[in-house]
Design a protein around this ligand. Structure first.
Ligand code: GDD
Ligand code: MG
Length: 360
């Protein structure tokens, strides 16, 4: 049996203000905390034991997921006193693993939505005889990721985290945030100090002649680290473009959670989610957006590709396009907010006070 470690301790800085009260993996995507999709996919691939490596807002995970039995999993939680980085976090949970030294252990970044064939990654690991295997994805602009060039046999030749210069952009293959480590390799990571698996462990293993194997595939892949990506990922789950056994209800244009109230002539399209207790007023149009718990969208508002925080209120006829509205914020009527604008939690914008548009 393969067991897994999930890295869920990051601060989610780029997702603020959504991550002010909620750690990134617990922000709802398609109606459930994003982490639920990763846990359900790991379970579907045969994983039974998962250790969550937590740090930022660690206290919210266990009350929600408990021992994992609702998902058919055995979950354990380990909290770092100080953030230990990705490698330090992996090493810090090693004592909870049951695997023998030669056994494969799966490791996942906690913010990736992907259709990765997990058993195929484990197979690649076994058949190549690697010490570590990595899921790789191809992206147009790799600068925000770890670059992972490979040779003709898929063996990793270098690891360049977040390249700074054009010369460093040697490939479009990036670290997709899912690994198989032999248990014995985890035990070689230094304990009790911060370690970056990307900047220290991978380059160090390569320098020592270890075998790192890459598995490139073209399946759905998205890092939900930015608000735009998060909204896109949630919509893709609802639309059925991103696979997850944990989407509540059938896939379609919209997902209306129990206790949400949507006016009969409101139009919800493009994978929009209306969270529990939310209210969408008459004539409102909401496209490709995530409306979290207890948020209100008043009549005639037009909301596109936006994220509306828990308990936030969007006034009548207000237009939002690519906006992020923090929990509890109140946007008055007749405003216009576009192009990635973020409104902080509990902020108040009076009626008709903002008209922001890129073509004005
Ligand atoms: N427990 C713990 N402690 N977890 C952490 C810590 C820590 O100190 N720091 C980060 N994490 C977790 C985050 O919660 C996230 O799930 C994962 O580790 C990766 O951190 P991110 O902050 O999301 O990193 P990134 O997106 O900039 O880059 C990483 O992911 C890319 C793919 O999306 C790297 O692994 C890149 O190489 C990779 O390409
Ligand atoms: Mg990330």
């Amino acid at each position: 049996m393969t067991e897994a470690i999930l890295l869920v301790g990051g601060k989610g800085t780029r997702l603020r203000p959504l991550t002010v009260h909620t750690p990134k993996p617990m922000v709802p995507a398609a109606g459930v905390p994003f982490l639920t999709h990763q846990l359900a996919r790991a379970r579907a691939a045969g994983v039974e034991h998962i250790v969550l490596a937590t740090s930022y807002l660690a206290e919210v995970f266990e009350p929600h997921f408990g021992d994992g039995s609702d998902l058919g999993l055995h979950l354990e939680y380990v909290t770092e006193e100080e953030p230990l980085g990705t490698g330090g976090a992996i090493r810090n949970v090693a004592s909870r693993l049951h695997s023998a030294p030669g056994d494969p252990v799966l490791i996942f970044n906690g913010d990736i939505l992907t259709g990765l064939d997990i058993p195929a990654l484990v197979d690649t690991h076994r058949t190549s005889g690697a010490d570590v295997s990595l899921h790789l994805s191809r992206v147009e602009d790799p600068r925000a990721y770890g670059l992972v060039p490979t040779d003709g046999s898929g063996r990793v030749t270098a690891f360049l985290e977040k390249p700074q210069t054009p010369e460093e952009i040697v490939t479009d293959q990036i670290n997709a945030g899912a690994y198989v480590f032999n248990r014995s390799v985890i035990d070689t990571i230094p304990a009790d100090r911060p370690v970056s698996v990307e900047r220290e462990t991978f380059p160090g293993l390569l320098a020592d002649g270890a075998h790192l194997q890459g598995m490139v595939d073209s399946t759905y892949w998205l890092d939900l680290g930015t608000p735009q990506a998060f909204v896109r990922g949630s919509a893709d789950l609802v639309l059925g473009r991103a696979p997850s056994p944990a989407v509540p209800g059938r896939c379609g244009e919209r997902l209306v959670l129990d206790t949400a109230r949507v006016a009969a002539d409101a139009k919800l399209t493009g994978g929009t989610v209306a969270g529990p207790g939310s209210r969408i007023g008459a004539g409102a149009r909401v496209e490709g957006s995530t409306v979290l718990r207890d948020a209100v969208i008043e009549e005639g508002a037009v909301v596109r590709d936006s994220l509306i925080g828990a308990g936030a209120r969007i006034g009548a006829r207000t237009v939002l396009d690519g906006a992020v509205i923090g929990d509890g914020a109140v946007i008055g009527a007749d405003n216009e907010l576009r192009d990635g604008i973020r409104v902080w939690c509990d902020a108040h914008l009076p009626d008709g006070s903002v008209r922001f548009s890129s073509d004005q």
